[in-house]
Design a protein around this ligand. Structure first.
Ligand code: ADP
Ligand code: MG
Length: 612
């Protein structure tokens, strides 16, 4: 039989390797940015067109390449960072496998320009699908510029696999931030489709975090600084009250290289102990400096995973450091173990509870009289509330069975008592439930779910209304967001406009807020809008729903009064009254109970069970 084994040509081998290293435009971004850092650049520019699908270009002022190196760097296993196997244990550079540029050149059209500082001329190379098309001397600046065009032009399967421009841009921004954060002493810029997304000046880590996420972060950071014989930990953690509902702002860098490690994450969480509100994730930006010989970073081709020689010690040092940092800055509050911590709404906000919308509230509304029920405007498609009648009927039956005083007819009871609340008591239980007692029954109402329902329907009504209830602000305020949130806010702007936010783009990641919905009272736009954006991002994966109700849900969840917030009697009453105006007010959209009724039958049954 004839020989059948072939050695694959380099172009094929490179394409296969590219499958592992280059999966999307963001992977190219990561490799190019890291190369520029390794080349000692102090100014690095990233230029993206069409979410990196048509152009990814990185321009640096690093040490540049000679004519030979410029050609060699596209070969497989071509690296200047590793010569012998022992070097692997002393690595401080980001690359070392020498496969990134070869992989990129196998699946794109690449143009490289590079010049050594001492050289008279530089070199330009054009390479396409691993085939070199051009190599010439050229006059160019010191440093290197690599433009990667039409990624996956020769691998249609990969190209079709790419996600929407919005999502691919998000991934690129993530990679950019992961390199720009630890290298805060360098200048970075990011342009997307000709617009400047970031222009970061050299500074310390705190300044870099604020430049990326907005100036508001300055007050949210707790410094971390610990030096031991095994590791040094520096950076910042977010104050517990600013913990997010979703993982996101969690960055570990080992020797300035971004890594992912569940074990380290666990250590940080453990350091926070029970300071974190339930179901939230702390923010952190931590750099661990460790002797490279004691770690193995070579276990994954994209190098975001890591193994430690002495995992246990790293864990306990990290946990203790976090705990100590929180303590030092007296973040540890005097905890009341009886109650859930309120984290979303500072107490000062309680003085300014959302007001009822003037447009759609029927002041004479009577919950027990369906004839008088006026559905909020344009909400007629919602089921009419039938629960009230039902429970009233049950009550009446129960009471007549037990032979107690005959009930007043609905209308007299309402007119005489409900509107004045004369016979209604309101108290709060566990800072979480509104307890309403009328002469016939006891209602337990989950304050957070109730308030969410109220806001949800208000926002929906506003989205359907012809006029926007908006209040022009006396002094417009500006809003600074990070690049990802900017994309989300841009998507939401038309709808937010509809519900009464007047927000205009101000270039870069800035916005100007000129007006707020008149049916809410709140201060601090940054906070409110950040909360809505965060919820909106969370809801995208948790709920499959149409855009309007997703927005309404996000506003509701972001702005609602949380369980654990102390409320005044007036506020309890107000939430109860507003809740009654909502369709199907006894349950949430997903069927969770908002109201639990303890009526006579139930109470009697409880006593009977006890006495058996
Ligand atoms: P690695 O980074 O693992 O060495 P790459 O394929 O990313 O492999 O790069 C190959 C080589 O090309 C690098 O080792 C470096 O010598 C050179 N190189 C790549 N990018 C630059 C740059 N921006 N400036 C100077 N040299 C570079
Ligand atoms: Mg590299």
């Amino acid at each position: 039989m004839a020989d059948i084994i072939n050695v694959l040509p380099d172009s094929v081998a490179n394409q296969i390797a590219a499958g592992e290293v280059i999966v999307r435009p963001a992977s190219v971004v990561k490799e190019l940015l890291e190369n520029s850092v390794d080349a000692g650049a102090t100014d690095i520019k990233l230029i993206i067109n069409d979410a990196g699908k048509t152009l990814i270009q990185v321009i640096d002022n690093g040490k540049g390449m000679s004519e030979t190196d410029a050609r060699l760097c596209f070969e497989r296993h071509a690296t200047s960072k590793l010569r012998k196997i022992d070097d692997l244990y002393e690595l401080i550079t980001k690359g070392f496998r020498g496969e990134a540029l070869a992989a990129i050149a196998a699946v794109a059209q690449v143009e490289l320009k590079s010049r050594l500082p001492e050289a008279d001329a530089g070199t330009i190379i054009e390479i396409e699908g691993s085939v070199c098309k051009k190599q010439e001397p050229i006059a160019c600046a010191t440093g290197t510029s690599i433009a990667v065009k039409n990624l996956f032009f020769n691998v249609p399967a990969r190209r079709n696999f790419l996600k929407s421009n919005n999502l691919e841009t998000k991934h690129i921004i993530e990679e950019f931030e992961r390199v720009a954060l630890p290298h805060h002493n360098l200048s970075w810029s990011l342009m997307h489709n000709g617009l400047e997304v970031y222009n970061l000046r050299p500074g310390n880590l705190r300044q870099r975090i604020c430049a990326l996420y907005g100036a508001a972060y300055n007050e949210r950071l707790v410094p971390v600084n610990e030096d031991t014989s095994i590791i040094a930990v520096t950076g910042f953690i977010g104050k517990p009250e600013f913990a997010k509902r979703k993982r996101g702002e969690q960055y570990f860098f080992i020797n300035d290289r971004y890594i992912r490690n569940a074990f380290l994450h666990h250590a940080v969480n453990a350091g926070f102990e029970d300071l974190l509100p339930k179901e939230t994730f702390p923010s952190y930006w931590l750099n661990i400096t460790i002797n490279p010989a004691t770690i193995d970073i070579n276990i994954h081709p994209t190098k975001t995973e890591i193994n430690f020689e002495d995992e246990k010690s790293v864990y306990s040092i990290l946990r203790a450091t976090i705990k100590q940092s929180l303590g030092k800055y007296s973040i540890s509050p005097t905890l009341d173990f009886e109650q859930e911590k309120s984290f979303d709404l500072p107490l000062s906000k309680l003085q300014s509870l959302p007001q009822a919308p003037q447009l759609s509230v029927n002041k004479d509304y009577n919950p027990f009289n369906l004839d008088n029920y006026v559905a909020p405007r344009k909400l007629s498609t919602f089921e009419q509330q039938t629960n009230v009648t039902k429970s009233w009927d049950i009550l009446q039956r129960e009471l007549s069975k037990s032979g107690s005083e005959p009930l007043p007819t609905r209308s007299t009871f309402d007119q005489e008592h409900f509107n004045t609340h004369e016979h209604f008591d309101f108290v709060q239980l566990l800072n979480t439930y509104i307890v309403v007692r009328n002469p016939l029954e006891l209602l337990l109402i989950d304050q957070q779910l109730a308030h969410e329902k109220i806001i949800y329907h208000r926002v929906l009504a506003q989205l359907h209304a012809e006029h926007t209830a908006m209040q022009q602000k006396l002094f417009p305020t500006t809003l600074e967001l990070n690049a990802q949130d900017t994309l989300v806010l841009q998507e939401l702007l038309p709808q937010l406009q509809k519900i009464g936010f007047e927000i205009n783009e101000f270039g870069g990641n800035s916005f100007v807020v000129n007006g707020m919905p008149s049916y809410f009272n709140f201060d601090g736009e940054q906070n409110v809008i950040e909360k809505i954006i965060e919820q909106y991002k969370n809801n995208s994966t948790e709920f499959k729903q149409e855009a309007q109700s997703r927005l309404a849900m996000s506003v509701a969840m972001g702005l609602s009064i949380k369980r654990g917030s102390l409320l005044s009697k007036e506020e309890l009453k107000k939430i109860y009254k507003d809740l009654l105006l909502c369709p199907n007010y006894e349950t949430t959209n997903t069927g969770k109970p908002i109201v639990v009724r303890l009526n006579k039958a139930l109470v009697q049954a409880l006593f009977e069970r006890k006495s058996q």
